[in-house]
Design a protein. Structure first.
Length: 121
């Protein structure tokens, strides 16, 4: 059986710029995911700004929070639903107030992990 070769990622030409907050990282992930659904393939050098992670790192962080019970699957559903809408829930609307609380809780818990990894400032 042939051995798999390790091929390291090439260093980006521009310095990596961390996200300002977890919401920005989440919206970036959703934009990348929408592009994938349209058939695009992610490559690190194609972005205007080089980021300190890949889009899947953001999703893995959210999934880990769900599997460890720190957020519920409903939190992830809110993140995905409003991420696709490209806006956070608006607490001014009564029907979005609960979603806003879940959005805020999920991103608060994601911030801790993403900050430790250097993905968020």
């Amino acid at each position: 059986m042939p051995k798999k070769r390790f091929v390291p990622h090439q260093m980006p030409a521009s310095p990596e710029k961390p996200f300002t907050d977890a919401a920005a990282a989440w919206f970036w992930f959703v934009h990348c995911q929408k592009a994938r659904w349209d058939g695009a393939q992610f490559e690190r050098d194609m972005a205007r700004e080089s980021r300190p992670c890949e889009p899947d790192d953001i999703y893995r962080c959210a999934r880990r929070l769900v599997t460890t019970g720190k957020i519920s699957p409903r939190h992830l559903d809110v993140l995905l639903r409003f991420g696709v809408l490209d806006r956070p829930p608006d607490p001014q609307f009564a029907e979005e107030f609960r979603a806003y609380r879940m959005w805020d809780e999920a991103l608060d818990r994601m911030t801790t992990i993403l900050r430790c990894k250097g993905i968020v400032q």
